[in-house]
Ligand binder design. Structure first.
Ligand SMILES: [Zn+2]
Length: 293
């Protein structure tokens, strides 16, 4: 893998991706077409970098990485990378932002009226070097440690990754009530106990994952629970996407709406200080995006 990919220094590797960013800098960002073109350069930067790291450093299968959209590609690469270190939230959000903008551009294919504004482009561009440093650093660490991997290592790493996924799910939906998405995915059948299972899994493996060192430490029931868990988590994620596409809240089943609420301003000077922008459920606390403009 890595030995073959780059017999060059880390500086040379970085230069290869930095050159893409330099191309971005050269394109003016005045017209909508220039901004669409320059966004595509940023898109290529992420697509290429994540593909290369995923394949060359993490040993992922090139063909399956190649056909994936940016978010899926990123999720696949995150599985091994998170076993070394979870990506910081700001970098994770950065990839999601690029993925969403790409969606916006693609959906406006027919009339070509959509392009990110230049502030948005420059803001993403500014954060690219941090992303590059992080993914190469963690990718190389993963590559080095993977040389000595044993089956129990893989097993506990996969569990750790799914623990991260469970944390995200539980922080979105909580543990008190079964979210709409978890019931919805089994309709029209009766309410299923899947959601409860992921809570149980978290309790059971929180400590146990650190006690897996030998093959004997992995029992039949561990394998069964893991297979079960992977299926449930994948289903929740797939249904979450499907519901969000229809603007349905995966937490409670109500509508996802966009609101812009002005704040500040006085009777003498009614001009508001800012606008609170939120994309989220109209009934509950679930939200996708919020920002103060
Ligand atoms: Zn809701």
């Amino acid at each position: 893998m890595f030995d073959k990919w780059f017999s060059m220094s880390i500086e040379k590797i970085k230069k290869k991706y930095n050159d893409i960013l330099i191309d971005f800098d050269k394109v003016p960002k005045d017209t909508i077409y220039q901004r669409r073109a320059s966004f595509n350069i940023l898109w290529d930067f992420f697509q290429k970098l994540i593909l290369d790291v995923g394949v060359e450093l993490c040993g992922l299968y090139r063909e399956s990485m190649k056909i994936s959209h940016l978010n899926t590609r990123w999720n696949k690469a995150k599985l091994p990378l998170s076993s070394i270190e979870n990506p910081p939230d700001n970098l994770n959000n950065l990839v999601n932002r690029v993925h969403k903008l790409r969606g916006g551009i693609q959906h406006s294919k027919e009339n070509q009226e959509f392009a990110p504004n230049s502030n948005e482009l420059n803001d993403i561009r500014k954060k690219c070097p941090e992303f590059l440093d992080w993914i190469l650093d963690v990718g190389i660490k993963f590559y080095r440690s993977s040389k000595n991997f044993t089956l129990p290592d893989y097993f506990s790493r996969i569990i750790s990754y799914y623990m991260g996924e469970i944390d995200i799910i539980l922080s979105n939906y909580g543990t008190k009530k079964i979210p709409y998405v978890a019931n919805y995915m089994y309709l029209p059948f009766v309410i299923d106990s899947s959601y409860k299972k992921i809570i149980d899994f978290k309790e059971k493996y929180e400590k146990k994952r650190f006690q897996i060192h030998n093959l004997e430490d992995i029992g039949q029931s561990d394998l069964e629970s893991l297979v079960d868990l992977i299926e449930i988590v994948s289903k929740i994620k797939a249904w979450e996407d499907a519901l969000l596409k229809e603007n349905i809240c995966p937490k409670c089943g109500e509508k996802i709406i966009t609101t812009n609420t002005p704040f500040g301003g006085t009777p003498d000077d009614p001009e508001p200080d800012g606008i609170y922008h939120r994309v989220g459920c109209e009934k509950c606390d679930y939200y996708i995006d919020s920002d103060t403009i």
